[in-house]
Design a protein around this ligand. Structure first.
Ligand code: TRP
Ligand code: SF4
Length: 404
């Protein structure tokens, strides 16, 4: 919530895992590409996050970062629409992480579902580290740094965004009180003009005294419409409306990406660790070869056996790639044994390759001239850094650790 202008900012990060596959594309990156034209977007490589679990093997970190960013660019994430950067190139993230760590109770972190889960799942590694426990605080710093309103994430990350909200709330509660807060608010209210000031006063009273949630929403909308308020005043009035202090770090919302279920070649979830992936920018022959080798409905042993598309991972891919007529052709032909699996797979191969052709083309210059990628990241990181510096100036000032 918080200031409306900043509220429309979108931020998301991804660990540097190297080349991406169709699961990443349909689950995450496609959504980023759509968002970048609607909102001010910040997308970054979470390389410090990679260290929270992978500190013992950093040999490929740089290469993985490069490969992943080339895939983002190939998939259509555009440096002219979104700010693309690397976390470690914006060291302000570390400072904000440190400051937030001072106010975050350890019990909040131990409660995070990923903490115990991941420790159990990655039991070959020592994960009882300080960095791993604190990684949701680092993630909170990533988000709060840009005052992001929405954070597109998968279901596994929603708990972290929730924790980020709690940290922001605690921060605002602790440091959002200026000595002359009320006087400043009253002065800001007067700048809105007589009619709007009166309405703001009434709505504030209705919420603070009677808990009228509707009044709170209307009050927020009213502030969003005001042209004469500075950002500082607007944030003060958002906080005052709720009966609290100034909102220094607005609370973000998780934007739950509806996770397109992308099956791997073996029918399990597509994942690098299962070695069942089709990569982005895979060459046409490789795509054809992989799809031809894909598992199908296990009940369909012979060409003459009818099959059930709902039990077939090939059909799940058709659902992502094919138009209604092709879907009907595949499902009908499968159930009647009118078509064979080889026939069924061909239009899918063609559709994946048509999509990949665009990405191969778009990725080529970046692959051939790595400096283009480095420049994108350098420029993005500088842009991100100037926003980060502003946030930190305010954070330090509100914590009273800004010195001459
Ligand atoms: N923790 C996320 C993951 O493991 C990556 C990430 C880091 C992130 N910082 C973020 C995602 C901020 C969204 C917002 O996938
Ligand atoms: Fe799967 Fe198509 Fe074969 Fe049916 S015909 S089992 S949907 S590949």
């Amino acid at each position: 919530m918080g200031a409306e202008g900043a509220g429309s900012r979108v931020l998301s990060g991804m660990r540097p895992t190297g080349r991406l596959h169709l699961g990443h594309y349909h689950g995450v990156v496609k959504n980023w590409v759509a968002l970048q034209h609607e909102h001010q977007c910040y997308f970054f490589v979470a390389d410090w996050h990679a260290l929270t679990t992978g500190y013992d093997d950093t040999v490929e970190l740089r290469q993985h970062t490069f490969d992943m960013v080339v895939d983002w660019l190939a998939a259509g994430v555009s440096p002219s629409a979104a700010v693309i950067f690397i976390q470690s190139k914006v060291p302000e993230h570390a400072e904000l992480h440190l400051l937030l760590s001072m106010i975050t109770p350890v019990s909040w972190l131990e409660r995070a579902p990923s903490y115990k889960d991941m420790q159990a799942r990655l039991n070959d590694r020592e994960l009882a580290t300080y960095g791993f426990l604190g990684y949701p605080v680092l993630q909170s710093a990533d988000i709060l740094m840009y005052r992001a309103g929405s954070v597109p994430v998968g279901a596994d990350q929603v708990a972290h965004v929730e924790l980020c909200r709690e940290i922001a709330r605690r921060f605002n509660h602790l440091y959002g009180r200026e000595p002359d807060f009320e006087a400043r608010c009253e002065a800001a209210v007067r700048k809105m003009g007589r009619k709007a000031s009166r309405l703001y006063g009434d709505l504030r009273k209705a919420f603070v005294e009677q808990g009228d949630g509707d009044a709170l929403e209307r009050g927020r909308a009213l502030l969003g419409e005001q042209r004469n308020l500075s950002n500082g005043d607007r944030e003060r009035l958002f906080g005052y409306l709720e009966g609290g202090g100034r909102t220094i770090l607005p609370e973000p919302e998780a934007l739950l990406t509806k996770q397109a279920k992308v099956p791997g070649l073996d029918g399990e979830k597509m994942s690098k660790s299962y070695r069942n992936t089709i990569s982005l920018r895979e060459v046409p022959d490789a795509v054809a070869h992989k799809v031809r080798g894909m598992k199908t409905d296990p009940a369909r042993v012979r060409r003459s056996d009818p099959g059930e598309p709902d039990n077939c991972p090939v059909y799940s891919l058709h659902e992502i790639y094919s138009d209604p007529a092709t879907l009907e052709w595949a499902a009908g032909g499968c159930r009647s044994a009118g078509i064979g699996c080889v026939d069924c797979k061909q239009p899918l191969i063609d559709a994946i390759n048509a999509e990949q052709a665009v990405m191969i083309e778009r990725g080529r210059p970046f692959e051939e001239q790595p400096d283009l990628v480095h420049r994108v990241l350098q420029e993005g990181s500088e842009k991100a850094r100037s926003v980060a510096r502003e946030t930190l100036d305010e954070v330090r000032a509100s914590m009273r650790i800004a010195h001459q």
